[in-house]
Design a protein around this ligand. Structure first.
Ligand code: ZN
Length: 169
């Protein structure tokens, strides 16, 4: 399975709102496989389609990979149904190298989504799983961790990202 290059800030694709993903579509199925392989290789516990340049509502999440057998959740067109309680996690993002921020989010979320076969699925996710799903769902709206940061921290990172890009070019 070929790996996909991960788009990093300030690539404009990261700011675009995504369109619905079509279950059963061969391209979507192929993209899901490539995204999963890319997530494991990164390594990461979640990846959203815009992070590989595709503006479609699909995310992959596997928070348990380090414990043994891979068990990726391929989630199409997720919708938040309910959320409960609050928790704080230090979050990073493959699209924002060297940026970390503590964010408060609901600790428990109920979501519904479609799988690759088009079946509608409802799950309740807790703790890290819930945080990862919410983080990836933010990507589908063009939202990034930077949007949770203070203006000062955001501007510092913006400058830093430009410098990192300049070193690569
Ligand atoms: Zn991210």
């Amino acid at each position: 399975m070929p790996l996909l290059p991960i788009k990093t800030y300030p690539d404009p694709v990261l700011r675009r709102k995504c369109k619905l993903a079509e279950p059963g579509n061969a391209d979507i199925r192929k993209l899901a496989g490539e995204m999963t392989a890319t997530m494991y290789a990164a390594p990461g516990i979640g990846l959203a389609a815009p992070q590989v340049g595709e503006s479609v509502r699909m995310i992959v999440v596997d928070i348990f990979n380090h414990l043994g057998e891979p068990d990726p959740h391929v989630i199409l067109n997720p919708e938040l149904i309910n959320s409960y309680e609050t928790t704080a996690f230090e979050e990073g993002c493959l699209s924002l190298p060297e940026f970390m921020i503590e964010i408060q989010r609901p600790r428990i979320v109920e979501i519904k989504y479609q799988n690759l076969a088009g079946e509608e699925i409802k799950i309740t996710a807790e703790d890290l799983f819930a945080v990862a799903i919410q983080h990836e769902m933010d990507h589908l709206e063009g939202r990034l961790l930077l949007d949770h940061a203070s203006a000062l921290k955001r501007n510092m990172y913006r400058r830093r990202a430009r410098e990192m890009k300049a070193q690569i070019l």
